[in-house]
Write a protein that binds this ligand. Structure first.
Ligand code: NAD
Ligand code: 572
Ligand code: ZN
Length: 363
């Protein structure tokens, strides 16, 4: 492993800074109060934080749907850190532990929480979803039971990737991917790519990935796609037939990771009768899609909302090598220090240099 458990690189341990969003196009690195762990929490010295499309969207648009940035908000929700202090009652972690941080903490009391479907909790507090602060800082406190201790063979970068990987795990579970599955994945952005890794780890026999950008398809091939298709037609039924021909049969399931209306249509047309289409991508609130075609062929259309109970699965997939470390590395295209976070966000926004996942190093 490249990182020591915890190395001290600054002289004043009380200094904290954070990357804070103040409004549209108004992102600043500012001094930020160093928090104290409350009962049940740990104080973390932050390590790797990946930039997600939603971070960039809050920065450029100030909102996603009904979630509006109305007060300053610390960015970042794909994160790992090292425990530097524990609050009262914390039993699962101790100082020096390296952890992955599951960014959404539910209320723990509602029916969904009690039944385990905690991702659907209406009172979920999710990092860097307004008004909840994220973790892109030197120091950050989080509920200890939503931190997962890392084995020594899992790096901080890969621990940060457990967040999008958990989306991939939930999507593949909702799709029912299993040994021998033929899977269509629409979109080779970070989310399509983690779905690819998870599908292969589940034993999928044949995975086809689509995109409109050649370079992203090259990354998909390097990460284990069996075949890729560059989408260059608006005729979604024709494209669906191409996918079926290339696969030697219709996919059992499609995992849609673009949110683009035409791509949702393609996913429905391509999927075999009795199969499943999982909508991961979130685009326009209203869409025209071939709903009757899906209905009369008993193609189930399922949504996902983030993930639940997936961090331990994602961590096991990485630590066991079922998701190979070198394949994960292919999606991390850029690295920046915390001090250069604004540059990191520019790279993520523009996609310059073929950016897919931009990683910020806080220590
Ligand atoms: P991204 O924008 O990086 O990736 C989308 C990819 O789709 C891009 O590579 C783009 O070139 C490609 N694309 C565009 N049009 C296409 C088409 N017609 N056919 C095939 N490919 C096409 O985004 P991402 O970070 O990978 O996230 C993907 C989506 O997943 C987003 O909509 C995001 O909001 C959503 N998401 C949903 C959840 C959830 O809980 N449901 C969680 C995380 C992300
Ligand atoms: O990693 C979690 C995550 N979730 C995303 C996008 C990116 N990363 N989602 C898309 C936006 N929704 S939302 O419901 N919302 C802003 C809460 O529109 C959540 C899931
Ligand atoms: Zn995200």
């Amino acid at each position: 492993m490249e990182e020591p458990v915890h190395k001290k690189t600054r002289t004043d341990d009380d200094d904290n800074v954070a990357l804070v969003l103040y409004g549209v196009d108004d992102l600043k690195m500012v001094p930020w109060e160093k928090p104290l762990p409350k009962p049940g929490e740990v104080l973390l010295r932050m390590q790797s934080v990946g930039i997600c499309g939603s971070d960039v969207h809050y920065w450029t648009a100030g909102r996603i749907g009904d979630f509006v940035v109305t007060s300053p908000m610390v960015m970042g929700h794909e994160a790992s850190g090292c425990v530097v202090a524990v609050g009262d009652g914390v039993k699962n972690l101790q100082v020096g532990d390296r952890v992955a941080i599951e960014p959404g903490v539910p209320c723990r009391h509602c029916d969904h929480c009690k039944q385990g479907t905690y991702n659907l909790c209406p009172d979920m507090r999710f990092c860097a979803t307004p008004p909840i602060h994220g973790s892109l800082a030197h120091y950050y406190c989080h509920d200890a039971d939503f931190c997962y201790k890392l084995p020594s063979n899992v790096s901080y970068d890969h621990a940060a990737l457990l967040e999008p990987l958990s989306v991939g795990v939930h999507a593949c579970q909702r799709a029912g991917v299993c040994l021998g599955s033929k899977v269509l994945i629409c979109g080779a952005g970070p989310i399509g790519l983690v779905c690819l890794l998870t599908a292969k780890a589940c034993g999928a026999a044949h995975v086809i990935v689509t995109d409109i950008v050649e370079q992203r398809l090259e990354v998909a091939m390097a990460m284990g796609a069996d075949q890729v298709i560059k989408v260059d037609t608006k005729d979604t039924q024709k494209l669906a037939n191409q996918i079926r021909e290339k696969m030697g049969g219709a996919p059992n399931m499609a995992i849609e990771c673009t949110g683009v209306e035409a791509s949702v249509s393609t996913a429905i047309y391509a999927t075999r009768s009795g199969g499943v289409v999982v909508l991961v991508g979130l685009g326009a609130a209203m869409a025209t899609i071939p709903i009757v075609n899906a209905s009369v062929r008993e193609v189930d259309i399922r949504g996902i909302f983030r993930y639940r109970n997936c961090y331990p699965v994602a961590l096991e997939m990485v630590s066991s090598g079922r998701v190979p470390a070198d394949k994960l590395d292919h999606m991390i295209t850029h690295h920046y220090k915390l001090a250069n976070s604004l540059e990191a966000f520019e790279t993520a926004k523009t996609g310059r240099g073929g950016a897919i996942k931009v990683m910020i190093h806080c220590d």
